[in-house]
Design a binder for this molecule. Structure first.
Ligand code: ATP
Length: 801
């Protein structure tokens, strides 16, 4: 069904913009390009031609290993290297002939027999020049933020930040000193000190060139991951790893091998920050090492001849329920038949914890209960889920209820996925941060998805409390997002250094940035539309819904798409306004839905399912769906209200163009109220288009934000940025002049409201009269006074509605 054609029906066709007939070559070509076409895309965003720095600077051609690698796959130490021109070589075609040989050889060795755990092979390190070329071509930049010892980056940043002022003062002082000491002894000493300091700083913030993953097959053959896990990855149908997967997987699975540094393995891995575009597959990038970590630990237990049990080893924290459930789904797909349990945190779920009232006795309970309960626990969990759905508020539980809870069996969990608050409720009994009693001693990996928002003041205390509850000295932290402000990086490094001091056990903190930091995904078309007023926005959105009447240029926005508003009230109002805009023959109001945080979990889940299945075409929502949620076939997003930060724009726009899909459109409306704030968004669009322009160097370069517009828009003051992030555009908040969304005049609205209230009052009167009749056995209609009282109550009730 061509949705666009149905939506355009009934509008006067504009010959210029008329859509091509269904099935015509143009339609097919246009729809083929859209994310909703369902084609499996090539997920890599960057693949620049890069030449070896050594070959260009030293006039040498890049050296490449001899294709005839020996049978054991051992390095030949570069002895048989041959020189060749690599200008047209695709380094990333998966897998390279050399690897193919190795893979084939392994398949033969296996004799087609499935092994539970692949034999760990020595990872074949590419030479540095080759690694650099691959990483540069895919725009992967690794930085060592804090080394095994010495100052943390937070300290270094202070040095750098303060450097400007301090440097001046120091220079003044040293000049004075120089004047005073004619011998110059001091000068020499100071210069030496300066040189030492600079060396120290630059060495701590060194760029790294770890081994990249060029094909998923390497996970099995080079990194020896579990056979079933490897099969589950293959089953997903992914052909090539995305950039973040190329960069992060080797480092998280075998940091020592990836970095060619055995010390790293001894230190128990790395702490890791990944900043990679939206839709670039970060979820499986953190789930694969988490699942592999569980399986590896089980392998060790088996070796010791002990019984293998589920043990909470990894926690994934995500800011919204929708995202958390999505991560659980992804995790379960990867964990099929591995025995690893990926579980969504629910109220009433009892985890392995220490401290509080449960103390260490929990573990003893767990052993015996687990044996007895076996599969029953799974059913219990399902019941808990149902119970939780019935409850409609997050209020404190009573003492009796809590005691009941403690009698419950421990949940069998290996990887827990949670929102911050619900886990904190478990850890502290009452959700209060000051009362965080329990700890989670078995956890070895804390994964923060959308880390910048989890460490933002909104969630910071909750996230920190969770981190604090992970008391094992080897807990590794990994942070993931498409955006990461430098203050968040500084916060992470500061707390890691505190923990390192506390546990006397520090690991290196490595940051990976894919592409240009804090920009929107390069394969999305951006449109910034000035609508002047709120009324203008409604008109513009209707034009997008019925594009045949649009005179707009550029690719049309075809459903399914998401519309973002600033507040829940505005989302509801917009939904009400638009619900009859889709013709009945196309499904009518069922095609438009609204989703926000004040709806129950059940309703939210239903709406998500309908949008995913294509039943709903237009989903109106707030920022609750701005981050992480993956709707592969979404053709576009509309920022009905301007996002409240640059990062907000990056994430909202990133709901389309997932996994390299082309044809996604991000439309942003702005009115005169937004002009003071829109520059941040315009800057992101300009930077993203610049990045995309470089990407398609020989294609058409179209820019949404012209230079004159960027120059004309006022710069947003720091304080205004902060306010906007917290409160949004003030005029659009509840009660604000511009808060309502409607095309009706105030007279029409009043009339409609009165009419609605009269109908409701009449219904209530009938209901009460019926009840009265039943109670009095049909006798007596009630006196005037009684009726009056009832009417008063009804009136009050009506207002309350
Ligand atoms: N190598 C791959 N090839 C093709 N598709 C992939 C690959 N890896 C992941 N995907 C798919 O890409 C989509 C986006 O992945 P994911 O949700 O993990 O992105 P993300 O980077 O977490 O995005 P966001 O920043 O918005 O949270 C998913 O549908 C996932 O199945």
């Amino acid at each position: 069904m061509d949705i666009l054609k149905i939506l355009s029906r009934g509008t006067k066709p504009n010959p210029k913009n008329q859509q091509p007939a269904k099935g015509s070559a143009a339609t097919t070509a246009a729809t083929k390009l859209l994310p909703s076409a369902g084609a499996i895309p090539h997920p890599q965003l960057f693949n620049d031609p890069v030449f070896s720095s050594s070959s260009s600077s030293r006039g040498k051609k890049r050296k490449r290993k001899n294709k005839g690698a020996d049978k054991d796959g051992e390095e030949d130490g570069g002895q048989n290297d041959e020189e060749e021109d690599l200008s047209d070589v695709d380094f990333f075609a998966p897998p390279k002939p050399k690897n193919e040989t190795v893979q084939q050889q392994h398949i033969e060795e296996d004799g087609g027999q499935e092994k539970k755990r692949n034999k760990k092979r020595k990872v074949k390190m590419l030479d540095e020049d080759e690694r650099k070329q691959i990483l540069r071509s895919h725009r992967l930049k690794f930085t060592l933020l804090s080394a095994l010892a010495g100052p943390t980056v937070a300290e270094l940043e202070v040095e750098v930040e303060e450097g400007g002022k301090k440097k001046e003062e120091e220079e003044k002082r040293s000049r004075k000193k120089q004047k005073k000491s004619s011998e110059g002894g001091n000068k020499e000493e100071e210069e030496k000190k300066k040189e030492k300091d600079t060396k120290k700083s630059s060495s701590k913030l060194a760029q790294l060139w770890p081994q990249p993953l060029t094909a998923f097959g390497q996970l099995k053959y080079d990194y020896g991951i579990d056979q079933t896990l490897a099969d589950n990855i293959t089953r997903q149908g992914f052909k090539v790893p995305t950039e973040v997967q190329m960069g992060a997987l080797p480092l998280l699975l075998q940091p020592g091998s990836a970095l060619g540094d055995k010390e790293m393995e001894k230190k128990g891995g790395v702490d890791f920050l990944a900043v990679a575009p939206t839709g670039s597959g970060k979820t499986i990038t953190f789930l694969i090492p988490a699942i592999e970590g569980v399986l590896k630990a089980r392998g060790e237990v088996e070796k010791e001849g002990e019984e293998v049990k589920n043990e909470l080893r990894a926690i994934v924290v995500a800011p919204t329920r929708e995202l958390a459930s999505q991560i659980v789904n992804e995790g379960r797909k990867l964990a099929i038949e591995t025995g690893v349990r990926v579980v969504l945190m629910k109220r009433g779920l009892r985890l392995q914890a220490e401290g509080g009232e449960e103390k260490a006795g929990v573990k003893e309970d767990s052993d015996s209960e687990e044996e007895e309960e076996g599969e029953k626990e799974e059913e219990q969990q399902d019941e808990d889920e149902e119970e939780e759905e019935k409850e409609d508020s997050d209020e404190e539980e009573g003492d009796a209820k809590r005691k009941d809870q403690e009698k419950k069996p421990l949940a069998r969990v290996d990887i827990l996925v949670t929102t911050p608050k619900i886990l904190l409720n478990f850890l502290s009994d009452d959700g209060k941060l000051t009362n965080s009693k329990k700890t989670l001693p078995t956890v070895r990996s804390l994964i923060l998805d959308e880390a910048d928002v989890l460490l933002d003041p909104i969630f910071r205390k909750q996230t920190m409390a969770i981190w604090k509850s992970c008391v094992h000295p080897d807990v590794a932290l990994t942070c993931w997002s498409a955006t990461m402000a430098s203050n968040i990086e500084a916060l992470v490094t500061k707390h890691l250094s505190k923990r390192a001091k506390h546990f006397n056990n520090s690991r290196p903190l490595i940051r990976l940035v894919v592409g240009l930091k804090d920009t929107a995904v390069p394969n999305v078309t951006h449109k910034l539309i000035y609508t002047a007023t709120e009324q203008g926005k409604l008109l513009a959105l209707r034009q997008l819904l019925h594009p045949a009447s649009s005179s707009d240029s550029g690719p049309p926005l075809r459903p399914p798409f998401i519309v973002f508003t600033q507040t829940i009230d505005r989302a509801k109002a917009l939904h009400k306004e638009l619900q009859f805009d889709i013709p009945l023959e196309a499904g009518g109001s069922a095609r438009i839905a609204v989703l926000h945080s004040s709806l129950s979990d059940q309703i939210r889940t239903k709406i998500m399912a309908k949008f995913r299945s294509g039943e709903v075409w237009v989903l109106i929502t707030t920022d609750v769906l701005a981050r992480g949620v993956d709707f592969a076939g979404v053709n576009g997003v509309v920022n009905y209200d301007v996002p409240t930060s640059a990062a907000g724009y990056v994430h909202r726009a990133g709901r389309t163009g997932r996994a390299g899909r082309e044809g996604g459109v991000a439309v942003t409306f702005y009115t005169k109220e937004d002009i003071p704030f829109v520059k941040s968004v315009a800057n992101v669009i300009a930077a993203s288009e610049k990045q995309a322009g470089k990407l398609h160097a020989n294609g058409e370069e179209t820019t949404t934000v012209k230079k004159w517009l960027l120059d004309a828009l006022p710069k947003v003051a720091k304080e205004d940025k902060r306010k906007l992030k917290v409160r949004g555009v003030e005029a659009r908040r509840a009660g604000g002049k511009e808060a309502s969304i409607t095309t009706q005049s105030s007279w029409e609205r009043r009339r409609e409201n009165n009419k609605r209230q009269a109908i409701e009052a009449s219904k209530r009167r009938k209901r009460l009269a019926l009840q009265g009749e039943r109670q009095q056995g049909g006798g007596g209609g009630g006196g005037g006074g009684g009726g009056g009282k009832k009417e008063n109550e009804e009136e009050w009730g009506g207002l309350d509605d």
